[in-house]
Design a binder for this molecule. Structure first.
Ligand SMILES: O=P(O)(O)OC[C@@H](O)[C@@H](O)c1c[nH]c2ccccc12
Length: 398
């Protein structure tokens, strides 16, 4: 299919083993610094390096060298899996590459220090850039707080609340789509939306204005959000269930979100292959979290409808690759057989992004959504809660 398969980018200087499968992958334990310097000086990025066993003078491997071997092997494996993810994703029509195609992120150590920059490692759009950055960020966070260390925090986290239940109750109470109101300071497409940004104050105002649930952006670099914001809103006693709005590329993030008080997380189908969505949805269930699975086009919708156990689907009117917003996207994806399957499966659909007026709300409601996710149009108002009344054309708090 045109444009769907990631192009085979060939690094200018090849490291032959780098593009092979794990069985053929040479594991390198140590390379003398002088050799590395020589490579840099000569401008050589990759060099075929054979596996070396760290040996003492009498020929036996030391314990620490064995451990380092294991660690390096693990890194190599992680990297290989990353490469495979790109291939699996492309086969499912996913255009977003999860990792730079010609090599692992810079934080990797060992043989990968020889990786050079080349044009294939330039993200093709903003979503890809965010995801690549997230991959590095999560690897670092995870190193500091491995899953085993999150266990206590998980046990002590406030219990997860019923996100879907809150949406259904609000929809039945008002006869309008339930509102997931987004606590959003900025976005790559719109820049800063609100200068005087107090997440707790905004959350309280949304709750007062009739929001059923809240969405808290936690990405720092691109959306100026944070997990502190999520935690602060949760511990301020806001009753609306909370969606952790994050770019999830690793299951670890789901556990982390739960430790910070999330009741739901976002899974983006444009980024995650089916297997990830299946696996992550199961983890969500295990933790009592709701997964909001976001789609943007027919292909993504069809993939997600083929996955068992999906209860909540978001249709994003904004294309995260181009930032184009088109509300008719919601309608298009709910027409015909797809709409039928969604009704049969009792899936709740959320209309996302670019909703500003009562007409916009009526339009997506007519298309079949039971909930909407709104940020910009309400977060910009002096009183965000009153902004909700403007958005719906009536007070939905009563
Ligand atoms: O501010 P808007 O146009 O009302 O959009 C809110 C929300 O839909 C949007 O922030 C969003 C939808 N999906 C995302 C995924 C990542 C980051 C952000 C988003």
């Amino acid at each position: 299919m045109e444009g769907l398969v990631s192009p085979k980018t060939t690094p200018r200087i090849l490291f032959p083993t780098l593009n092979r499968r794990p069985s053929k992958f040479s594991i390198v334990r140590s390379v003398p610094a002088s050799a590395m310097d020589a490579h840099r000086r000569n401008g050589v990025g990759f060099t075929p390096i054979r596996a070396q066993k760290a040996e003492t003078k009498d020929g036996s491997a030391t314990i620490s060298s064995v451990m380092e071997d294991a660690e390096t092997a693990l890194k190599a494996k992680e990297w290989e899996v990353g490469m495979l993810i790109n291939e699996v994703a492309a086969s499912q029509g996913i255009k977003i590459r999860r990792r730079p195609p010609t090599g692992p992120p810079l934080h990797y150590v060992g043989p990968f220090q020889f990786r050079i920059q080349n044009e294939g490692n330039t993200p093709r759009n903003i979503l890809e850039e965010i995801v690549w950055h997230k991959d590095v960020e999560v690897t670092q966070l995870k190193q500091r707080r491995p899953l085993s260390m999150l266990k206590n925090a998980l046990d002590n986290a406030p219990p997860a609340r019923d996100f879907i239940g809150a949406l259904m109750a609000a929809n039945q109470r008002t006869g309008l789509p339930a509102l997931i109101a987004e606590v959003k300071k900025a976005s790559p497409s719109r820049g800063i939306l609100r200068e005087d940004f107090d997440p707790v104050e905004i959350a309280r105002s949304y709750e007062k204005g009739g929001a059923a649930c809240l969405s808290i952006l936690t990405d720092e670099k691109y959306f100026k959000g944070s997990f502190e914001n999520l935690e602060a809103v949760r511990s301020a006693g806001v009753k609306c269930p909370l969606l952790c709005k994050e770019f999830i590329v690793d299951a670890w993030q789901i556990y982390y979100a739960r430790t910070k008080g999330a009741d739901a997380v976002l899974l983006i189908a444009a980024v995650l292959p089916d297997l990830d969505i299946r696996y992550m949805t199961k983890i969500c269930k295990l933790l009592g979290l709701t997964a909001l699975v976001e789609v943007h086009d027919e292909r993504e919708m069809d993939r997600v409808l083929g996955i068992e156990g999906i209860e909540l689907i978001g249709i994003n009117n904004r294309n995260l690759e181009t930032f184009e917003v088109d509300n008719s996207n919601t309608k298009k994806l709910l027409e015909g057989e797809r709409g039928e399957i969604i009704r049969q499966k009792n899936i709740i659909v959320v209309g996302e992004s670019g909703l500003f007026t009562p007409d916009d709300i009526a339009y997506v409601q007519e298309a079949g959504v039971k909930a909407v996710l709104v940020g910009e149009s309400i977060v910009k108002q002096d009183d965000p809660g009153k902004g909700i009344t403007g958005l719906f054309g009536k007070d939905i708090s009563v």
